[in-house]
Design a protein around this ligand. Sequence first.
Ligand SMILES: CC(C)(COP(=O)(O)OP(=O)(O)OC[C@H]1O[C@@H](n2cnc3c(N)ncnc32)[C@H](O)[C@@H]1OP(=O)(O)O)[C@@H](O)C(=O)NCCC(=O)NCCS
Length: 195
Amino acid sequence: MLKKKIDKTQMYLDVAKLHINSIKDGFLPSLGVKFLALLYRCIDEADFSTLIVKYRGAELIGFVSGTFGTSSLYKLMLAHPIELTRALFMIIFNFKKIKKIIQIHNHITGKKRRKYPQAELLTICVHPDYRRKGIANELYKKLSNFFNSKSIFEFVIVVGQSLKANSFYINQGAKLKDTIQVHSKQNSNIFIQKI
Ligand SMILES: CC(C)(COP(=O)(O)OP(=O)(O)OC[C@H]1O[C@@H](n2cnc3c(N)ncnc32)[C@H](O)[C@@H]1OP(=O)(O)O)[C@@H](O)C(=O)NCCC(=O)NCCS
């Protein structure tokens, strides 16, 4: 059966909204739906990253994103100057947010992050109504297959220590290797998942 073609612009908005609704305390959601939709468009279009979505009818019920060249994603966003300016217009004079963007950049290019494999699961989210039904498990397998197809056999996950998702990664067999502070006073775990 032919699947109905997904409208990509709508898909990036759906993904951005699910991200914002799922990780309420995260920094990226605070940059707004337009910024995240553009980020997910870049992740989907780049040849070193992937965006895997799961729809039920017209409703997005889960997605996972991953990359094996993280720092270049932000460079790709610069290739869309009009959308990026529109997305960041509201925060351009918000010193705290600009500082956090710089902190993310420093984390991605930093010494500690460089000790670990470059491939990374960026975000995984399942709609609250569909959790504990194995959907994240299915998305995680698809991401592992993507890395496998690129001859990549391990990937990193950086996740806030307070998130329940830590139990999900442990259940998948990921091993806790280290901790890191991406933003001050917010500790994150660094897991490595062997495929
Ligand atoms: C983490 C998340 C993606 C898991 O999605 P899910 O579809 O519910 O996960 P699954 O049903 O595939 O879970 C597989 C196993 O992982 C573990 N697990 C998943 N969610 C868990 C939770 N909230 N608490 C404890 N263990 C959990 C369980 O062992 C589960 O197996 P079980 O249900 O048979 O006990 C989902 O809770 C979510 O979207 N959270 C908010 C977003 C987030 O924090 N993302 C991670 C940061 S990038």
